[in-house]
Design a protein around this ligand. Structure first.
Ligand code: ZN
Length: 86
């Protein structure tokens, strides 16, 4: 499976969150490393996108588009996400 970088999430996260999160920092719940969303390792699967920590390979974020038009965003491995106020 090809590994993409976090920029592969850019359009989808902007659509869902309303802002470009690729420059935002995330802290890995498993190993504590801090890095930009754009620097995560992203895997495109039939189910959707999975972003993993490059330091420890923990699943940071999942994004699944359901057939009924809903999208499901999971952040099982993110202990903190940087949100910049306008
Ligand atoms: Zn990690």
């Amino acid at each position: 499976m090809d590994v993409l970088d976090g920029n592969a999430l850019a359009g989808r996260l902007a659509d869902l969150l309303g802002w470009d999160a690729t420059d935002s920092l995330v802290r890995c719940r498993a190993c504590g490393s801090l890095g930009a969303v754009a620097a995560t390792a992203v895997y495109a699967t039939a189910m959707g996108l999975v972003a993993r920590c490059r330091a420890c390979d923990a699943v940071l974020l999942t994004l699944v588009d359901a057939a009924d038009g809903r999208s499901w965003v999971g952040m099982p491995g993110i202990s903190a996400l940087e949100v910049r106020r306008a």
